[in-house]
Write a protein that binds this ligand. Structure first.
Ligand SMILES: [Zn+2]
Length: 444
């Protein structure tokens, strides 16, 4: 059921799902934002069942929230830190906008009142581990469980009313791992990545945060925006972001977890998928760590993608202790091995065209055919009138400098040349060509 929030109605929803409960206040429409007639407001509340969709956010996963065009979900990580978190809450309140806060357990213990402020303002309270460990994807399962469980316990204690945070969890630095996802699943928690960040943990200006937020939102058209409520630049950028969202017709969606009393908003499976299945092949196999890491990895000093140690506003004063020092791995080393199928070439003849640039095509095909077929058949293929003609045709399609390009030799043309060797020569030849190429190819 879509919970379109009624103007003027205030509700307090106690949500229970396993160990979790969440307290939410009503979402608000712009018209229901007293004193702020031009407020962005919150257009609707989306109720999701974490068990049906355990991992979301297209930066890392195939699924994301089922948002309509120009709908945005705001998320804030790493608080509460009163100095800036309170300002963020004030700005959101000025627009009657509801968001999701991924709180750090140690921060919650240090600032329990800050947790209650988030809850009392009607935002969704979620968790982000106890200590925000660097390189969480390298932690053993028992440490993973400890971090997640303690984070939930600390935020629960800070809430102080017997309720628990929503079963929404975000991995510090988005450094996901199987162990993290498995444990979250056992808790019935939904792992939230994001659809786009605004790089507000980096040493960039607030205007840059604004620009990135709007550029990426425009590019995606909708989605989960990742921000941090412990950054001065985010405090400075947020008013302009919300104003611009208002001007451009974006709408804010507030997300809460389903409970027996509050069923999930009805959706179709395809609404959760950002891309058609055919476009998700590589994503589902490899980039579990978001692409922006690679695009800008040259800018990333240690610790890797630690979104909270970038606080240049408080030099030398990390908001929580640096615990669990781990060997720094560069982004490439941190990658899981790509699936074999990502780079699988099913067409061996295409590989030939790319992999053997130093030899004239006629020579290549002659050599391959020699390996592949019986001697009489090979001679037929390379010296016969038709075979030679097609081998020459293949060579003529290559670049003038002799550099070969993937796919420039069509299988039909090449097999035509080899095919003149006889009915039984072509297929063995294709297999042999692939072996030759694999031996020469340094790496793909
Ligand atoms: Zn974080």
């Amino acid at each position: 059921m879509i919970v379109d929030v009624l103007i003027g109605v205030r509700r307090r929803i106690a949500v229970g799902l396993g160990l979790f409960t969440v307290m939410t206040a009503p979402a608000a429409l712009a018209a229901d934002c007293p004193g702020h007639p031009d407020a962005l407001g919150t257009s609707r509340t989306l109720v999701v069942d974490p068990r049906e969709h355990p991992r979301i956010g297209t930066m890392q996963y195939a699924e994301t929230l089922p948002l309509a065009d120009r709908e945005v979900v705001l998320t804030f990580d790493d608080g509460p830190l009163p100095k800036y978190s309170n300002r963020i809450l004030e700005i959101l309140a000025s627009h009657c906008v509801k968001a999701t806060f991924f709180l750090v357990g140690s921060q919650a213990r240090a600032n329990p009142e800050g947790v209650r402020k988030v809850r009392d303002a009607g935002h969704t309270v979620a968790t982000h581990t106890q200590n925000h460990p660097t390189g969480m994807h390298h932690l053993p399962p028992e440490r993973v469980q400890q971090e997640i469980d303690e984070g939930i316990a600390s935020v629960t204690a800070a809430l102080g009313d017997g309720t628990a945070p929503a079963p929404f969890f975000r991995v510090p630095g988005l450094a996901r791992s199987e162990a993290i996802e498995v444990h979250a699943s056992t808790l019935g928690a939904q792992v939230w990545s994001a659809d786009f960040p605004a790089d507000d943990w980096r040493h960039v200006s607030s205007s840059r945060v604004y620009e990135l937020a709007m550029q990426r939102l425009e590019a995606k058209g909708k989605g989960i925006l990742l921000l941090h409520d412990i950054q001065a630049r985010t405090v400075a950028a947020l008013p302009k972001i919300l104003q611009e969202m208002t001007a451009r017709g974006y709408r804010i969606v507030h997300v809460v977890p389903a409970t027996p009393e509050l069923p999930a908003t009805p959706t179709e499976p395809q609404q959760w998928r950002r891309h058609p299945a055919s476009e998700n092949v590589a994503t589902s196999h490899w980039p579990k760590i978001p692409n922006f890491v690679f695009a800008e990895r040259a800018m990333l000093p240690a610790p890797w993608l630690s979104d909270s140690y970038w606080n240049d506003e408080w030099p030398g004063q990390a908001p929580w202790p640096r615990q669990m020092p781990l060997p720094l791995l560069n982004a490439v080393n941190a990658l899981p091995a790509p699936g074999q199928s990502v780079f699988e070439f099913r067409d061996g003849l295409r590989l030939v065209a790319r992999a053997v640039p130093a030899l004239p095509s006629r020579h290549v095909e002659a050599k391959a055919a020699t390996k592949a077929a019986t001697k009489p058949a090979a001679e037929h293929a390379t010296h016969g009138r038709h075979g030679a003609k097609h081998a020459q045709a293949s060579a003529s399609r290559r670049t003038p400098a002799g550099k070969l390009q993937v796919g420039r030799v069509k299988p039909a043309a090449a097999s035509h040349a080899a095919g003149r060797a006889g009915r039984h020569a072509a297929q063995p030849g294709r297999r042999t060509l692939k072996r030759l190429v694999q031996a020469k190819e340094p790496s793909v």
